[in-house]
Design a protein around this ligand. Structure first.
Ligand code: NAP
Length: 463
């Protein structure tokens, strides 16, 4: 039998360390011999949870099944793995240590072929030492988010900046896994039934967050709720609202504010329209979904949100190229271009979100840009872009990384507003022609207020 013991000094609370290390789906982050890892039982982590791993064994691949024998957070977890010809028991113990925790990892590995065990021992010990070092690195306290000189230059040059929106850009950013726990944290997320919103909901629930999921299709919301239950045992609150409809957006916000106000609001729902069109209430559709509804939800919910709360508005790279037209906010003139209408709405969301943050000193109001990710939204709204860019597109989880990080990371609260991309603050204006002076931003704010206010008061609803 091969027995190994490692003691790791982490910079994270004991609870976070145990949940992260004992969830063997995370092994792909820190054990180079693990190619893939899935949980095959339904529900949250606990005794009886089982995982299926694909492992590299020399030139071959093999499958290992793990079962959690004991899970007693924040202190200890024991897991037993079985593969062809091998049995392994992993025991993880965590104890507080200053600002962080000390993690003890004890491994007992038995290969049924004694000779193979003797031959493989040095290599296996090397692999385990590597994994322990990587786990320690992952659980180190992360640095404060700051954009370095290279990033600042890239930000001001369109092509190097845009290259980072890709899957390759995500890899180059070398972001550590998000290990924060979210127990007790209530996150409301719009547009959770597809793409980035769905990925974010799964990531947040896996980290222990309570969720309110807001979407326009009851059946899709229920299907997501079922996926969340299977993946992490979460039971989200479902709120149906078509965000083209400001009445529905206001009702969703009021439902959220009435009881169990969220700690975090993620305004993620968004859409590009190929044709010019108006919502039933007379608003240009891209403006309604991408700007008016998210602002309305934020405006109604923010005053009820507690100290330390966060609003995260999901914006887009399209905004970098599109100046606002304050004389034609509803895009009534000229040939309609859905991508331009969308880019303008996202730019306005970033600007007005930051401006209104001043009204709620207890909150941080962030804008986040996800890069370019392959989602059902991109597939249907931008098929040409997707065809050309497919090898470069992020997956939904990579696209959702920024919003999840902003929802959970302590460093994201060091500043109260910003435009974020890959966990770093960025500039909003790359081109001089997109820049708006403060008085013009105030004009934009008043125009939006007028649109929303007039419409709501016409319906006898308090703005
Ligand atoms: N993917 C990218 O590369 C990328 C890049 C930049 C920014 N973004 C932004 O990221 C966010 C998510 O985009 P995605 O790529 O994940 O797109 P997606 O796959 O189309 O998901 C969009 C989500 O928004 C919801 N939604 C759309 N219209 C709605 C409405 N009228 N009422 C309520 N919900 C509505 C959709 O609901 P249904 O499921 O019912 O359709 C869906 O859940 C958007 O704000 C988008 O602008 C994405």
């Amino acid at each position: 039998m091969i027995v190994a013991d490692f003691t790791l000094r982490t910079g994270r609370p004991a609870r976070e360390c145990l949940w992260y290390a004992a969830d063997f789906r995370n092994l792909v982050d820190w054990d180079a011999s693990v190619r893939s890892a899935v949980k095959i039982t339904e529900g949250g982590l606990g005794s009886g949870a089982r995982f299926e791993l694909r492992l590299r064994a020399g030139l071959r691949e093999t499958t290992m099944h793990y079962e959690m024998l004991r899970f007693a957070p924040p202190h200890t977890a024991t897991l037993r793995g079985e593969a062809k010809g091998a049995t392994v028991v992993d025991e993880i113990r965590v104890e507080p240590d200053g600002d962080g925790a000390r993690l003890h990892w004890h491994v007992e590995l038995l290969l049924r072929d004694g000779l193979a065990e003797r031959l493989a021992r040095p290599w296996l010990m090397h692999r385990m030492r590597q994994a322990a070092r990587r786990l320690e690195a992952v659980l180190r306290p992360p640095p404060s988010p700051r954009l370095g000189p290279v990033g600042r230059i890239a930000d001001r040059m369109l092509l190097p900046g845009a290259a980072r929106f890709t899957r390759q850009g995500f890899a180059a950013a070398k972001l550590p896994p998000i290990t924060e726990r979210a127990e007790g944290l209530h996150v409301a997320i719009t547009g959770a039934t597809s793409g980035l919103g769905e990925a974010a909901a799964l990531m947040l629930a896996r980290r222990g967050a309570r969720l309110s999921i807001i979407g326009r299709h009851g059946d899709r919301l229920r299907a997501l709720s079922q996926r969340l239950r299977v993946d992490s045992g979460a039971r989200p609150r479902i709120i149906e609202a078509d965000l083209l409809d400001l009445d529905a957006a206001a009702r969703a916000a009021d439902t959220l504010a009435e009881a169990d106000t969220p700690d975090v609001l993620i305004n993620n729902a968004g859409a590009i329209f190929a044709e010019r069109g108006k919502s039933a209430q007379g608003f240009e559709r891209a403006l309604a979904v991408n700007l008016l509804s998210p602002l309305l939800i934020m405006q109604r919910l923010a005053p009820t949100m507690a100290q330390g709360g966060r609003v995260i508005n999901v914006v887009s790279g399209g905004m970098y190229l599109t100046p606002l037209d304050l004389d034609d906010l509803q895009f009534t003139r000229g040939r309609y271009d859905g991508a331009v209408a969308y880019g303008r709405a996202k730019r306005a969301l970033a600007l007005i979100g930051a401006l209104r943050a001043a009204d709620w000193p207890q909150l941080a109001v962030h804008a986040v840009h996800p890069g370019w990710a392959d989602t059902p939204g991109v597939q249907s709204a931008l098929p040409g872009f997707r065809r050309v860019m497919r090898p470069f597109l992020r997956n939904a989880k990579q696209g959702a990384d920024g919003m999840v990080w902003l929802a959970l990371a302590a460093q994201a609260a060091e500043t109260r507003r910003g435009v974020w991309f890959d966990r770093q603050p960025h500039i909003l204006d790359v081109l001089p022609r997109t820049r708006l002076e403060r008085d013009r931003i105030d004009t934009l704010d008043r125009q939006i207020d007028t649109l929303v206010g007039q419409w709501l008061s016409a319906r006898g609803v308090a703005a």
